[in-house]
Every structure is written in structure tokens, then in C-alpha cells.
Design a protein around this ligand. Structure first.
Ligand code: GCU
Length: 326
């Protein structure tokens, strides 16, 4: 563990020393950090962006990726972006909600009826408003990636209703909305960084966690957790973000290349997502992970106070209403 942190420190220091990009007169390289493993379909989406950008800029604008939390947690990556030490990151909308409060709406349980409802909104006005909302905090949103639905998984307790969550210590993401979500549903929320979770599960620090299928698999949490419960409480998308300091330094032509590459990657990433979920589900069954499909109604009922609370916020209310009527 010490060695890992030492290494992280060295890499982070190198990134800071090198600044958010390296450039020669005819080539700029943007540093892009994220916390997912390279086998994850979101990483593959980022690779697609990297490739498209290289191609459409004729190699003049390129991306160098630091995956797997090499430069730290999502919170740390966001902070590195704000101070201009790295150019880009991909984080969960939950992580962004700590910085740009509009993103809190993306963590409201059962706000989105299904994946179509989510993407109709992300690709419409709500999505545009969210991506722009970060600019005030030096975090300009570039695009959304599919991150499916998040569901609970436990080491050894089958969960069929919110009552079964009682007394379970479950890891959630490090933001207030995620903590409220798990506590309101009856669990005992334990926020921590994604990279620390495998060990925490193994050492019984927590009894389970919640995530989408590709993250459950690529992090190897399925080796320790034998129940995956499809309660699908949230559909928190992933967001590609660029630091405004860096964005402002790009020419209009360079901005265009980047936006075009992002758009291309969004289409491909969705495809990678669906393929991966299908493969992963097959593998999990073979590995003996038990899938539970509970009645979602009691989960929906029990988590309703969260939406009601956010509706009190005059900034968030119109966005929530728009989503509900869309
Ligand atoms: C998902 C998401 C990540 C996030 C992780 C988490 O995997 O894509 O960005 O870090 O959930 O639970 O922390």
C-alpha cells in the first residue's frame, strides 16, 4: 500500500511539474486522469476519444491517459483540474456534485425511469445546462458517458427489500447525496474512494457497496461479494470534464477538434457499455454470483424524501420538473 501511495505521489508530482499538457511548436498533449481500470468500457470510450482527436487534429492535439487512479481519487483529479495541473478528467456526476451543486439532481434515486429517459435528458437541455454549470467552478463539462444503473451488492446477505438493508454498512461515493441515498433507504452509509473499496470489502470494513455491473466486475469486487441486487436506485452518468484554464488556452480550431472527438467517443462508448454488461452478466453467473431482482416499489417509496428535499432548492426545482415531465 505504501508503495502504491509513493508511486501515486511520484506520478502526481511529475504531472504537476510537467503541467496540464506538454507542447512543442506543432503538438499539444493533454493530460487526462481517471480512476477506472483499463478493462472498463468507460476507459475504452476515452481511448476512442484519444484516437479520434489524434486523427481529426492530424496529431496536433493529443491525449495522454493516466487511468486507474494513478493520480489519485476522483476528488483529487477534480482539484488537479481546478488548479490547472492536469487538463482533463472523467468522473462520476456524484463526485462533481461536491463542486457544482446542479449535479446533485443526477444522484436523486429513481428520478430517471429508464436509460432512454436519462439520455433524452442528458442529450437535451438539462444535459447542456449541467455541462455548463461547472464552468463557474473552473470545470467545463464536455460530454456524458453511459454508466448504467447503480445497484447494491453485498458480501453475504441477500437483500429483497429496503428492510434487509437495515444494519448493513455499505460503501457509497464520497458525496452528500450518495450518503443520503443509502441512509434514507435504511443502510449505514460509509463513504470512501473507489480505489480503497476492494480492501475494505475484504477486511469487513463494509458489508457491501453499490455500483453498475462493469464497475462491479472490473474492480474484482465480485470475488468478495456474492449477491448483486437489481434495485437500480440511481442512474448516475460519468462526465468528461476539462479545466476552464486549459479550455480557454485552446484556439477555436482546437476546441472544435476536441468537441468532435468527444461526440464520436460518446457513440462508441454506449456500444462498449452494452457489450460489456452482456459479457459481464454471463461471467458473473458462471462465477456463482446470485442476481436478485427485488420489487423496486418499496425502494422508490422509501427514497422519495430525497427528491422532495431537493425540490425545495429554487435552482434545482425547475431542472427536476423538466426531467419529470420529459
Ligand atoms: C462508477 C463510476 C466511477 C466512480 C465509481 C465509484 O464506476 O464510473 O466514476 O468512481 O462508480 O463508485 O466511485
Amino acid at each position: 500500500v505504501l508503495c502504491k501511495y509513493y508511486l501515486m505521489g511520484v506520478v502526481a508530482l511529475a504531472a504537476i511539474t510537467l503541467q496540464s499538457c506538454s507542447s512543442t511548436s506543432d503538438e499539444k498533449v493533454l493530460y487526462f486522469a481517471h480512476s477506472l481500470p483499463t478493462s472498463h468500457p468507460v476507459h475504452k470510450g476515452i481511448l476512442a476519444m484519444q484516437e479520434a482527436l489524434k486523427e481529426n487534429s492530424g496529431g496536433k492535439l493529443q491525449i495522454k491517459i493516466f487511468p486507474d487512479g494513478q493520480l489519485g481519487s476522483e476528488r483529487e483529479a477534480i482539484e488537479l483540474l481546478q488548479i490547472g495541473s492536469i487538463a482533463m478528467t472523467k468522473v462520476s456526476a456524484s463526485a462533481l456534485s461536491n463542486f457544482a451543486p446542479e449535479y446533485q439532481i443526477m444522484v436523486i434515486p429513481y428520478l430517471f425511469r429508464d436509460s432512454d429517459h436519462l439520455f433524452r435528458n442528458l442529450e437535451g437541455e438539462v444535459g447542456k445546462q449541467l455541462l455548463e454549470s461547472g464552468t463557474e467552478y473552473l470545470l467545463r463539462g464536455i460530454c456524458f458517458y453511459d454508466a448504467g444503473a447503480r445497484s447494491f451488492y453485498t458480501k453475504d446477505k441477500p437483500v429483497n427489500s429496503p428492510d434487509d438493508l437495515d444494519g448493513l454498512k455499505l460503501r457509497v461515493q464520497n458525496d452528500q447525496m450518495s450518503v443520503d441515498m443509502a441512509n434514507t433507504l435504511g443502510a449505514s452509509a460509509t463513504p470512501m474512494a473507489f480505489g480503497e473499496l476492494y480492501t475494505a470489502l475484504q477486511q469487513n470494513v463494509v458489508d457491501g457497496a453499490e455500483n453498475n455491473i462493469p464497475s462491479f466486475v472490473s474492480s474484482n469486487h465480485f470475488e468478495v461479494c456474492k449477491y448483486y441486487i437489481f434495485d437500480e436506485h440511481t442512474r448516475v452518468p460519468d462526465v468528461v470534464v476539462i479545466g476552464t484554464k486549459f479550455w480557454d488556452s485552446l484556439s477555436d480550431e482546437e476546441k472544435g477538434w476536441l468537441e468532435e472527438a468527444a461526440e464520436e467517443s460518446v457513440v462508441k462508448q454506449k456500444q462498449y457499455w452494452h457489450e460489456t454488461v452482456e459479457e459481464n452478466m454471463k461471467m458473473l453467473k458462471e462465477e456463482g454470483v446470485e442476481f436478485i431482482y427485488p420489487d423496486q416499489e418499496p425502494f422508490i417509496e422509501k427514497s422519495r424524501p430525497i427528491m422532495e428535499r431537493l425540490m425545495q432548492n429554487p435552482k434545482l426545482k425547475p431542472m427536476i420538473e423538466k426531467i419529470n415531465s420529459n
